[in-house]
Ligand binder design. Sequence first.
Ligand code: 13P
Ligand code: SF4
Length: 304
Amino acid sequence: WAIHAPYVAAINRLKQARNAVILAHNYMTPQIYHGIADVVGDSLQLAIEATRVEADVIVQCGVHFMAETAKILNPAKTVLIPDMEAGCSLAESITPEGIAEMRRRYPGAPVVTYVNTSAEVKAASDICCTSSNAVQIVAALEAETIIMTPDKYLAQNVAQQVPQKNIVWYDGSCIVHEQFTAQELREFRDWNPGTRIIAHPECPPDVVAEADFSGSTSGIIDYVAREQPEKALLVTECSMASNTSDALPGIEFVGPCNMCPHMKKITLEKVLWSLHSMEGAVEVDSQVAEGARQAVQRMIDLSR
Ligand code: 13P
Ligand code: SF4
């Protein structure tokens, strides 16, 4: 922490001077998460918080689609992302043409698109979802056949929970969560009996089936805080265990995790530079933004 302290102090001073608010995803490093964030959360919470920001500037400590979502929902604000290259394998996996192709294959079926996508893809969709509300959104739609894009594993996990729907999916996946295997979790459980295993729904269904609980990043944190297991294995991005263990020192966080190279592009140094230079402002074409806003707003309204 000592080497980070000058950055934390400088960022917190500049934040005041610029009238800025820092929204940080749960995958940020502990220095960002505990040191400079005003609001932390999962994708849904950050999207909702973005609509409430009254400050002039939002600094999005997360990946590009999160900053874009904040800009779409609160266009009057300057939304900065400290590294424009902070992408997401899911967002990169699909374009509006991919949505059009799914519509051609399943005529009349509504398209539910994960928020981990570009504004153009959201605008081509009917409604968005996040990992925390995907089941709720799909169950609330009237149609029987529903297209879910782009995360095939999230779609397959949702399909198991909403068997009354015929869910069809696109072929995208998260480079972080697709690497976990059911076999490694089974072996882990054998070596560490009594460990609570908690998996993000971007993991393959056989991995989720080995877990005691599956939920969004904030769902995972809430579960651990509520259940207070002696040992927990968080089958998700590495910073989740670090951030959660700081708040819950009585729990031992064990086992493998995978790092998201995109999330880890956001550093204290880059946050300081973006607040100093005001570089890295996210812009979205107004027509695209309106289409995307409708898809995101429908999701927020249905999640209440
Ligand atoms: P959450 O909405 O659960 O925070 O997920 C975002 C994400 O990118 C997980 O990989
Ligand atoms: Fe995208 Fe996966 Fe990284 Fe989340 S963890 S931002 S889904 S690549």
